[in-house]
Design a protein around this ligand. Structure first.
Ligand code: SAH
Length: 555
């Protein structure tokens, strides 16, 4: 009996050898016959040793698929090739259609293997930067096999829902109006400044890349080999790259670049109040309704309300409906899903001062307003989260009333005691100097320095990452407390009776060593336990006597 035939449907990626998969190369090398469009067959010719190569014209896709099936049924191993991915406007579906027509089933028929490839949406995106990132779709503007009205509907739906859109087959010698019409529809929903990337012949010899905007994209060359990537309403250009952020909200703190939410902060209602409630399956309305109502009302799809129609307009519209013409004028419905920036910071009355003044409380209420939140934390601070694009105005007002401001996150915070309401004031200048020199420094993980003004250490400095206790005009230093969890324990004393002028250099050295060598997210006690030595201080195991099953967060 002759050998059993097989069909590989191979996506060979954008067109260079580095972006073709190993499986695709294997398939091509195992094949007795390669079938594909001339240009593509030429592109991969050097990779294959097939005895027979059938290259056909662009429009002969059905006959290509039929030929492949015929040859495989006669016992050949055949590769049908598509550029990009064969399952994206490629040959995969066609091959199955031909097989189905012939009554093929997997159990009884020839073997079929679809070999995936890098589609144009991915290869072009990689060249542009990171424009896809968020929900995206591909739309082919070819109305060769698909009614234009359906394509137009899809463009409109994608525009309305703020998808990033990759337009395939945007234009050819004979099809030139489609892209013009697509732009018109998109401009009804998206700003004319929306970033657009045009990539022609990605990863091929004649690669061309153009960064433009929705309004101006038609002024550039767009052809058969171009993919047009249209950003969503938060996509931006940066340093000649097109970037779509991962989400619609970003947080930032004092003196820091805007940051995305960390994984553990996501989906909590207080952080992402627009998310679906897992019990009720509903989402808060105020994110899609009136952008001026409710707390955290943005991000929202701010659809401009339709203006009331005049009697004449209504009559004309009614007439148009009766006549079956659609002369009704469309009102622009700009989708604005702009990123909301939430400014976060911590406030306290001072390093040693624990008293708030009425003016401070009133100022807090003013700057937080209806849209922000304030939260009292275990670290004697109030955390503020305020949607704003003008953080300086907020910090100025808070400083005017004497607040001490600090960033939030993986930073160094000083937690001092009240120095017995200022009675034991000798060491306060040292605390203030630490705050000034090191406070807010960004570190691999949160680090609290507890600073207590006498041996009572009643603000529990020895339970902070670094504890400093002033006693008999000198300092005792503790490091490596595990401040949280069921296996929490105090720090180990590393220095007793340190001369005051040596305090800040020592603390600075400890922190610099930790900052330079710790893993990201590794708190000081974990780092100490791992490396066993910080400066000349040797780690002592303070935790092994605690016998309790570990219970990580959430368990
Ligand atoms: N199967 C292919 C798509 C075929 S449709 C894939 O997955 O990529 C043909 C369209 O794909 C072209 O009109 C163009 O929009 C896009 N395309 C294919 N290869 C491309 C490349 N190297 N650079 C840019 N666009 C490409």
């Amino acid at each position: 009996m002759a050998q059993k035939g097989k069909i590989f449907v191979v996506g060979f990626g954008p067109g260079d050898f580095k972006h073709i998969t190993t499986r695709a190369v294997e398939a091509l090398q195992q094949s007795d016959m390669i079938i594909g469009y001339k240009t593509y067959v030429e592109l991969i010719q050097d990779l294959v040793s097939a005895k027979s190569i059938v290259s056909t014209g662009m429009t002969e896709e059905v006959s290509r698929a039929q030929e492949a099936v015929r040859q495989a049924e006669a016992g050949s191993i055949v590769s049908v090739i598509s550029s990009g991915d064969a399952g994206v406007y490629g040959m995969a579906g066609l091959v199955y259609e031909v097989l189905i027509e012939l009554g093929w089933t997997e159990a009884t028929g020839i073997e079929v293997e679809i070999v995936p490839g890098i589609s144009a949406i991915n290869s072009c995106a990689s060249i542009l930067g990171a424009p896809i990132m968020h929900d995206a779709c591909t739309i082919s503007l070819s109305d060769h096999l698909t009614p234009w009205n359906l394509i137009a509907k899809r463009v409109e739906a994608a525009a309305m829902a703020d998808f990033v859109i990759a337009l395939y087959n945007p234009k050819s010698g004979r099809r030139t109006r489609q892209i013009v019409e697509a732009q018109r529809i998109l401009l009804e929903y998206r700003s004319p400044d929306t970033p657009v990337g045009l990539v022609k012949s990605a990863y091929r010899e004649r690669q061309e890349v153009t960064m433009t905007t929705l309004a101006e994209m038609l002024e550039h060359d767009i052809g058969m080999l171009t993919t047009v990537i249209i950003g969503n309403s938060s996509t931006f250009f940066y340093d000649n790259k097109m970037i779509t952020p991962r989400g619609y909200q970003r947080k930032y703190t004092l003196g820091e670049e805007k940051q995305p939410l960390r994984p553990h902060q996501r989906l909590r209602e207080e952080n992402e109040p627009w998310a679906m409630n897992q019990e009720t399956g509903t989402a808060r309305n105020d994110f899609t309704a009136d952008p001026n109502a409710g707390r955290f009302n943005k991000p929202s799809i701010a659809v401009t309300p339709k203006p009331k129609k005049t009697a004449l307009e209504m009559a004309t519209a009614a007439l148009a409906m009766v006549k079956g013409t659609s002369a009704v004028k469309v009102t622009p419905k700009l989708v604005q899903q702009k990123i909301e920036s939430i400014f976060e910071l911590a406030v306290s009355p001072g390093v040693a001062n624990k008293f708030f003044t009425p003016q401070q409380m009133m100022m807090l209420a003013e700057v937080v307003g209806d849209e922000g939140t304030m939260e009292y934390t275990p670290d004697h601070q109030i955390h503020l989260k305020i949607p704003t694009t003008a953080p300086e105005q907020i910090t100025e007002k808070l400083q005017e009333v004497g607040f001490l401001l600090a960033p939030i996150g993986d930073v160094l915070s000083l937690k001092a005691c009240d120095f017995c309401y200022g009675e034991k004031a000798d060491s306060i200048p040292y605390a203030e100097e630490i705050q000034e020199k090191l406070g807010g420094m960004s570190l691999p993980k949160t680090l609290n320095i507890g600073f207590n003004g006498c041996g009572m250490a009643c603000y529990r400095a020895v339970f902070d990452d670094i504890g400093i206790v002033y006693r008999k005009s000198k300092f005792d230093v503790f490091i490596g407390a595990k401040p949280v969890g069921r296996t929490a324990h105090a720090a180990q004393p590393v220095v007793e009776g340190l001369e005051p002028e040596q305090l800040i250099p020592l603390i600075t050295d400890i922190i610099e060593e930790y900052k330079a060598n710790a893993h990201p997210n590794e708190r000081l006690f974990k780092y100490f336990k791992r490396v066993k030595k910080i400066l000349h201080f040797t780690y002592q195991d303070m935790s092994s006597k605690i016998k309790v099953e570990p219970a990580p967060c959430g368990d």
